[in-house]
Design a binder for this molecule. Structure first.
Ligand code: XMP
Length: 516
């Protein structure tokens, strides 16, 4: 593939199974250099073919002496390209070149002070001492020939090492995490050693992916389940840009969507992007099957089954399709198959979970190396409207998980209208973009209110606003009382059937974000 000039400066991160491997690639991209992951055993030829100008070996949970420890091809070090080994990456380099690594009696975990012994390359401009973040069990105790220490800590005489001749570097600590405050500068210095300019921008990612998708798909047909969320929308527009009408999108309306969601999705994708979009209205089927069901897991199961049914019917009618495009992001990848697994599967929390086996699609997942905020950037570049880009994440089973007890038409309406008010008020006060999710929950609890002079019994609506970076943990948002007051007043005045408003002040853990 022809690369743009700015994409010629590519740095490949070899993934040895570290939790932080994707974060390293992301940090390199933040430095303005294109980076992506490759499996640890990628061939040197493949690296050369990808025009790598630098290679980073990630950390990993293994010990170099374990029988099945992941080892890269030694030819990787003979490409003449600078290599930076991080944590396990350093240990592997030391081991492969004939030094010695031992299991430390005690694991070093947490902050450490690094004394810089040589400030000429990796630590250029960073002064004599740096706070760094350590997390390792094994440690190098003897360096191979040609290597020298360029940084030490009280526990690690070889906390940073270098082989000047071969341009190989290693750090025992993690420069990619926020706990190493000047870690980005260390990475930037490594990129300077590689001769990479800071000229890469997300626009180049779009061009690269469009070309890749075109090549992969050829003349075949692609199906995409579009939920209207930013991930599937971005994947769909990217694939559409690549292969046009070879893509068909299916938008299944289960009757549990947010206010105006279906109209906005249709307007954006059908009218604006002129995509082949099938709007499959299955509200009656979904809601019919949910009648009388109160158990949250049963609700999820029914919705999953109905979704697959709707999707399968549509695929059968309009197919055959060889590809399934999905907006899988990096955090989805860690939750399911483990990093870098080439055999990715469709995940249970995705809308198209549990498709029958005969539907053997090939998967197109153009966003799988990206984080959510990076996807939002891609979405804006592609011209996806803000109403979609800036929407909060929304669960596949929709309002059903925000309705405690049986899902009824009345409760859907209270939940939908109240949620819309919560979002509108947060937008007006400038808080919407700063919180992770904001919505209303409704159950069967009712409370007495007054309407005019009359007594009225209505639903208790719980407002939930949380802050989070990845939804793994979340804190309830301390939004100002005045905003809460406006939300409360509007819900009781404007939502028929609602009399009381409460605010959820539980964080995750121990609570979860969604009530069900
Ligand atoms: P919880 O409630 O587990 O939610 O703290 C964490 C994040 O995941 C979203 N969520 C889902 N997303 N399908 C999805 O696509 C689901 O079934 C689902 N359940 C929860 C939730 O909105 C939050 O952002």
């Amino acid at each position: 593939m022809e690369l743009d000039a700015e994409e010629k400066d590519t740095v490949i991160v070899l993934d040895f199974g570290a939790q932080y491997a994707h974060l390293i690639a992301r940090r390199v991209r933040e430095c303005g250099v294109y980076s992506e992951l490759a499996p640890f055993d990628v061939s040197p030829e493949a690296l050369a073919a990808r025009s790598a100008k630098g290679i980073i070996l990630s950390g990993g949970p293994a010990s170099v002496y374990e029988a099945n420890a992941p080892v890269c091809d030694k030819g990787v070090f003979e490409l003449g390209i600078p290599v930076l080994g991080i944590c396990y990456g350093l240990q592997l380099m030391v081991h492969l070149f004939g030094g010695e690594v031992v299991r430390s009696p005690k694991r070093e975990y947490g902050k450490a002070e690094l004394k810089v012994k040589d400030p000429s390359d990796l630590f250029k401009g960073l002064g004599g001492q740096l706070t760094v973040w350590m997390s390792h069990g094994d440690a190098a105790v003897e360096l191979p020939e040609g290597f020298e220490a360029i940084g030490v800590t009280s526990n690690s005489p070889y906390a940073a090492i270098r082989d000047m001749g071969r341009r190989l570097f290693g750090v025992q600590f993690h420069p990619e995490v926020a706990h190493t405050p000047r870690g980005m500068e260390i990475l930037r210095n490594f990129l300077d050693v590689c001769g990479c300019a800071s000229s890469w921008r997300m626009e180049a990612f779009v061009d690269r992916k469009v070309e890749e998708i075109r090549k992969q798909v050829g003349g075949e047909k692609v199906l995409c389940a579009l939920s209207g969320g930013v991930d599937s929308s971005t994947a769909a527009v990217l694939v559409h840009r690549a292969v046009g009408d070879q893509l068909t999108c299916v938008f299944v309306d289960h009757g549990l969507l947010r206010k105006n969601e279906a109209q906005e999705v249709l307007k954006a994708f059908r009218d604006h992007f002129k995509m082949r979009l099938l709007h499959v209205d299955k509200a009656a089927q979904f809601l019919g099957r949910l009648k009388g069901v109160v158990d949250p897991e049963e609700k999820r199961m029914i919705i999953g089954e109905e979704f697959v049914k709707a999707f399968t019917e549509t695929a059968g009618e309009y197919g055959p399709f060889q590809w399934l495009a999905q907006g899988t992001l990096y955090p989805d990848v860690i939750e399911s198959a483990g990093t870098g697994s080439p055999a990715s599967r469709i995940k249970t929390h995705h809308n198209v979970a549990g498709l029958p086996e005969w539907m053997a699609f090939k998967l197109l997942e153009p966003l799988r190396d990206l984080y959510k905020d990076e996807v939002r950037k891609v979405a804006s570049i592609l011209g996806i409207p803000d109403t979609i880009v800036k929407r909060h994440p929304f669960p596949g089973p929709g309002l059903a998980v925000r309705i405690v007890g049986e899902v009824t038409g009345e409760k859907i309406s209270v939940c939908r209208e109240a949620s819309s008010i919560v979002e509108e008020e947060l937008m007006k006060s400038g808080l919407h973009g700063r919180v992770w999710q904001a919505f209303a929950v409704v159950g069967d609890d009712k409370a007495v209110g007054v309407l005019g002079d009359a007594r009225k019994v209505g639903y208790i609506v719980t407002v939930r606003v949380v802050e989070s970076v990845d939804a793994m943990t979340a804190d309830w948002s301390r939004i100002p009382y005045e905003v809460l007051e406006r939300i409360s007043n509007r819900i009781t005045n404007e939502v028929p059937g609602a009399t009381w408003v409460t605010y959820a002040v539980s964080s995750k853990p121990p609570a979860t974000i969604e009530p069900q």
